[in-house]
Structures are given as C-alpha cells and as structure tokens.
Design a binder for this molecule. Structure first.
Ligand SMILES: Cc1cc2nc3c(=O)[nH]c(=O)nc-3n(C[C@H](O)[C@H](O)[C@H](O)COP(=O)(O)O)c2cc1C
Length: 184
C-alpha cells in the first residue's frame, strides 16, 4: 500500500449513521477492527483499551439498561425513550473504554491512547468499505455501561461505535484547513 492509498483512506473517512441494520458483520471483521485499535501507541505499555462488542439482543438490553439509568437521573423523556432502541440502528455496536492509570496523568494518557485506537478502527472500517459513527455516551451512565460490558468499575467509556455496511454513498465533507504554525 502506498502513502497515497493511506491518505485517501484518511481523507475519505467520514462519520455516518446510514448503516444497514439488517446486514450482518462477520466476527472475523470485528476482530480485525479490534486488533487495529490495540495497535495504537500507549504510554508505558499500559494497554488501556477495553472493548465490548454488542450484537443481536445485547444491543437492546444495553439500551434498556442505559435508559433505565437515564430515567433515574431525570433525563429528558424523549432521550430516554430513544435510548431504548437506538443501539439497534447498526448490526454491531462497540462500547470502547479506557482503563484507569496509576496516576491522574496516566489515566489521561490512557484516554489519548484509546482515542488513537478508535481512529485506527475508523480508518480500517473505511478501508473495508464499511460505515461507522463514534457517539458520546449519555452523561452519568458510565457505571451502568461498565457493569453491562463487564469492565472494571474504574474504566471510563470513551465512546460507542456503531458499525455496519453503508446503505448509500456517504456525502463527503470539506474540512477546514488545520491551524498549524510553522516556526523557524
Ligand atoms: C469524542 C467524539 C464524540 C463524538 N460523539 C458524537 C455523537 O455523540 N454523535 C454524533 O453524531 N457524532 C459524534 N461524533 C462524531 C463527530 O460528530 C464527527 O466526527 C464530526 O462531525 C466530524 O465529522 P467526520 O467524522 O465525518 O469528519 C463524535 C466524535 C468524537 C471524536
């Protein structure tokens, strides 16, 4: 693979929820995507990545558990109701968490490492011709998510990745020029 090929994948990747919820994704593909995440840099080799792969009914049980906590937290009823079914919008939903470090700095750096891992996943997903969206976990639901996913209590959910096959050609976006200073 050439540098041009890698650049094409980097620049053509976009976030989208236009996913065929009924078209299955093989376990082999999901395992490759998880390995890509584990290949990201991580300081002091703390290996902070934690992933739960939710398929079939687990997506709805997860949604019910999160919605239950949101309801108890007094969240907006429309959001609560949407949460019950929203993870069913993709055939695979990956809950991605970062482990706590031995210090505040290590915890912070662990999260950078996991975020880098998520980008590796998204790039491989793009290269596989698939579609994904990184979504933010609802506030004050971390304890419910880590319990459901069999993570440690101290793990921090960084995002929920919807994964599947796209239903249509994604609309490419123009990205603004980066803010970069060249200093001699
Ligand atoms: C930490 C993080 C959290 C995100 N959470 C959401 C989300 O909750 N819902 C959503 O639609 N997109 C979410 N996104 C995706 C962004 O909206 C998306 O990356 C942004 O619009 C830029 O589009 P692009 O990824 O196609 O370049 C998230 C992205 C990151 C990095």
């Amino acid at each position: 693979m050439s540098a041009d090929d890698i650049e094409r994948i980097i620049h053509s990747r976009i976030s989208a929820m236009t996913i065929d919820k009924d078209k299955s994704v093989s376990r082999d593909i999901v395992e490759r995507i998880i390995l890509a995440a584990q290949a990201a840099p991580n300081h002091r080799k703390t290996r902070p990545l934690r992933i739960a792969v939710l398929e079939s009914d687990a997506r709805f049980r997860f949604g019910e558990a999160v919605a239950h906590t949101m309801q108890a937290n007094g969240d907006d009823q429309i959001k609560v109701d949407k949460t019950r079914t929203k993870y069913g919008r993709a055939p695979v939903v990956m809950v991605v968490a970062s482990a706590e470090g031995a210090s505040e700095l290590e915890t912070e750096e662990n999260r950078y490492a996991v975020a880098a891992g998520v980008q590796n996943m998204l790039l491989l997903i793009e290269a596989l011709g698939m579609t994904a969206l990184w979504s933010t976990p609802a506030k004050r639901t971390n304890h419910t998510m880590v319990e459901f996913c069999k993570f440690d209590d101290t793990d921090h959910v960084m995002g929920i990745i919807y994964l599947g096959w796209g239903t249509r050609e994604a609309v490419r976006k123009e990205r603004p020029a980066p803010i970069a200073h060249w200093i001699d």
